[in-house]
Every structure is written in C-alpha cells, then in structure tokens.
Design a binder for this molecule. Sequence first.
Ligand code: BG6
Length: 483
Amino acid sequence: SEDTKALFIIFGATGDLAHRKLYPAIYRLYKKGMLSESFAVIGTARRDWSDEHYQEVVLDSIEDLIDSKEHAESFAKHFRYQSHNVKDSEHYHTLKELADTLDEEYAIEGNRIFYLSMSPSFFGTITHHLREQSLVTENGFNRVIIEKPFGTDFDSSKALNDEINDSFDEDQLYRIDHYLGKEMVQNLLAMRFSNRLIENSWNKDSISNIQITLSEDLGVEERGEYYDKSGALRDMVQNHMLQVVSLLTMKKPASFTTNNVRKEKLAILKALKDPKVTQDDKTEFVRGQYAPSEDGKTKGYRQEEKVDPDTLTETFVAGKLTIDTDEWRDVPVYIRTGKRLSEKTSRVDIVFRSTESDLFSDQPTLLSVLISPDEGIELTLNNKKIGPGMHLEPTQLSNLRSEDTVKDSPEAYEKLILDVLNGDETHFAHWGEVATSWKYVDQIRKEWDNMTESIPFYPALTMGPKEADVLLEQQNHKWIFKG
Ligand code: BG6
C-alpha cells in the first residue's frame, strides 16, 4: 500500500541496536511484503564506511532470517551509508542531497522516518539541523523515532523534549519503549477487556496484589559505561516497568485510539502515590547490587568492565507501588527487576483474594501472564482432591504458546516500525507519560543518592537481596515467582 513508502535515515547506524534489532526488523517487514519496494535507508554515523561495507553489515545482521540470498541482496541494495558529524551543518547538506536522490530513485514521495539511535545529548542538535537544513519534506510525512534513554531525570528529559519540540510536534514523535511492542504486553488489554470473567474480577474486591517481575540472568555485559551512570531504576523502572503497571491497572478506554489509551495510562501514572524510601524496613523501595556468585564463577558488578570498583549503582530494584485511587488503593503493585538474577523472565502474577469463607482454607487463585521468553497464560485454581472428604488441591490451567508460534510471531521492533510507517502512536510513550514517570522515579533516586554508605548485595544468579522478600512479608504477601 502507498503509505509504506519511506526513506529511513538512521543516526547511529553502526551501533549495536541497529545491528541487533533495526535491520532485522526492517528485513522481516520486507520479507512479509509489508514494506513496498519504495523504501531506502540511509545509515549515518561517524565512522567512514562505504555503501558496500554497510550493505555487508546489513546482510550479516539478517543472516539467520534469510531464505533467499537473492531476495536478501536486493533488500540490502536499498541501504546507503553517509559518514556524518552531527554537529556540522555542512554534513546535513550532503545528507539532504543523498536523501533527495534516493527519494526520486525509489519514488518515495517525501515520506521520511528519522531514527535517533545514539546518545540523547545529540537529539536536540540533530532535530534542529533536520529542520534548518530542510531534510524535512513538504510533500510526505516526517516522523522521528527516538530511542531510550529519554533523559536521565525529569529536568533533563524536559530540556530534551523542549529542544526536540522546537523542530517537531508531539504527533511526529515516536518514543520507543520496546516492551510496548511485545505480543504479551499488547495482550494485556485484550485479555482484560474481552473476558467478562477477568474484567469483572479485575478490582480491589477480588485482587489481593499484583506482581511484576522483569528479571535477567545476564550481567551488564559491555554496557558498563552507560549502566553505571544509569542503574536499574532508570534503565527499567522509569520506562518498561511503569508502562506495564499502567496497562495492568488503567481503566477501560472508550476505544483503542491512541488518545484514549494514552489518557487512561496517564491517569494511572498521575495517581501513583509518592513512594516512601527509607533506610529501615518501612521503606517501599529496596535496591541491590550483584556480588560474585556463591560458586565464585560469576563475577560481581564491581568487577565488571567500565564499572567503578566502589560503585553504589543498583543492579536490582524492588518496590511497592500504591495507585492512589478508590479502585486500587488497597491493592499493592509489587515490582522487581534486576541483572544477574537466577533466570531471564518477564512476567506478571495477579494474586486473587481467598474466598474468606469457613468452607475451605483455599489457596488464592493465581493468574500469571508470561511475557517472555515463555509467552502465555497460567491460571491456578482450587479443585477438590480426589477421594474422601472435601480437601483441596491446586490445579494449573496452562496455555503456553509453542516455541514455533513464538518464533514466528512478529518481534517487538518489527511491530513498532510498522506502526510508525502506518502513523499509529498507540504503542509509543507520550511525553506526558514520560514526564510523570520521571517525576516518580526521581523521588526514589534522590533518596538513594543520599545513601552513600553502602548498598545491599545479593549473590549473582539469585533472586535479589533479602530486603526484597521483607518488603512483601511486611504485608503478609510473598513473591510468587521464586526463580
Ligand atoms: C533495555 C535495557 O531497555 O531492556 C536493558 O536497557 C535490558 O538493560 C533490556 O536488558 C531488557 O529487555 P528484554 O526485552 O530483553 O526483556
């Protein structure tokens, strides 16, 4: 269809994200015929690469996805490389000429997608030049995809947003939160609002507590330089975690339009009660840092490359969130995320209240939504134990998507890029959500930045410091997922 015509200009084309996610995602769309032949990509970065080399890099990045070598090569031919200094206005002239040439060559009709996948400190400069040096077209759409991190706190994200807004309007901006592109995250709204059984029980009368776990078994890998300045709170909680919280608790939107969905999500973020962060066990947020594993085979965070050996940066966060509305005030939302935990899993556990009758001492009904790497739903109910008497045993109804289904379903970046081509902003973070999330996590950050003595440690490949268990025990709850 016509609207899939586009010229992509990728800033940060030699980077890891482009290689791991963007090129494969664009190729998947191409393979499925969701991208017309009227597309081209200009990759830019500081390094001096030739078109041929760039095309080889692209081919390398899609190696596992190639069925036909010929088809893949004709795909790669759409890619050009332009070495670029983002601060030099002359370079934007060269870029514009190339863009205009490709626009004509591929009959793209002015549709442009500017993909900013590099240090956010350049976002303002780049968007300014794109406007000033007329890379923005008159005849087609002009959309800007922005990678995280969108600032490091509210003030810096506001400054960044203001700078970008000088050149582009909010409705041209697509702030990536790749969690919003995941099938099982998108499924949350489908599941909540299409099943009477679930919809009618999705409230404080039926739900005891909500638990979200985004755990990783990997450490910081080669990202020490970025991560040591960021920490888990900024890296995972401000964005992915709070987005998932809002999708789990937002009111039913009037329709699935971008504005209606965003409005309800924002209402939740705005209703978050100020977190209590203290050094004693009254605290609602706890942090941790991985120490070497018990068997000594896995190093601790302080031993990682490009990490300050005395660093107090947290690699683990657990928290108790309160949504201060009549609907949710009595339902704690527990969150937990960290590096070098015992397992890679993203999941949601909804713990229902027990029946509170004298008939049974029932276990709470449990609904688990597995986001990744397993995708599916598990429901644990009480059943009568076979035999005499009225005794119970838990029964698990499990619907996990098969490995093939998961493998064949569209990857998050693929879906999000398609949304950008179609001009659908629903699965992107609006400025209001980003701003509100930063204001929330800034309060936690501020307290932790004042706690300069030490940080709780946890052995690598365990589920975090004991403080994270105490957090729930205080409320007579416990983590469902034990790792
Ligand atoms: C990114 C973080 O946003 O999300 C990484 O910067 C993290 O530190 C990643 O590893 C986790 O995403 P996923 O899809 O692997 O759960």
